[in-house]
Design a protein around this ligand. Structure first.
Ligand code: AMP
Length: 138
């Protein structure tokens, strides 16, 4: 079944489009978590990061960079988060890969605080985790 993003790409439903080329579209997130909150979406309906071809991901990231700079230029931002939720447990609600470009403002009510488990770690455990990822990258 087509996701809401495919419907936007196919002009079946409206969106506030800020950029479009052959591979990527970018439009305002309907929720406007903060002023200028924008999505950058490959046109092909790859479900998540695992399905994304690296060349399309590279181009998508280039547009993320351009949208980020545009937001910095036009809004009085204090910072900016770029994020992609992959999988329901990570907060993905639309199963068509995308990046959020989220301008940040003083007292904007958004919390991105991550827990720090450094004090529970051992050198052996760091080494073990690094090795697992390193080997999977080969
Ligand atoms: P995620 O939860 O990371 O999958 O992000 C999906 C995002 O799509 C949410 O932030 C929604 O607010 C946004 N969204 C859902 N429907 C629309 C729509 N019609 N136009 C623009 N953004 C939408």
């Amino acid at each position: 079944m087509a996701t809401i993003f495919e419907k936007i790409i196919n002009r079946e439903i409206p969106a506030y489009i800020v950029y479009e080329d052959d591979l990527v579209i970018s439009f305002l997130d309907i929720s406007q978590v903060t002023q200028g909150h924008t999505l950058v979406v490959p046109k092909e309906p790859y479900k998540d990061i695992y399905e994304m071809p690296e060349n399309i991901l590279g181009h998508t990231m280039k547009i993320v960079s351009k949208v980020s700079k545009a937001c910095k230029e036009v809004f009085e931002i204090e910072g900016l988060n770029i994020l992609s939720n992959n999988g329901a447990y990570a907060g993905q609600t639309v199963y068509h890969f995308h990046f959020h470009v989220l301008p940040r403002f003083i007292d904007d009510g958004v919390s991105m605080k991550f827990p720090n488990h450094m004090n529970d770690m051992t050198i052996a455990e760091y080494k073990k985790r690094a090795l697992m990822i390193k080997e999977a990258l080969l």
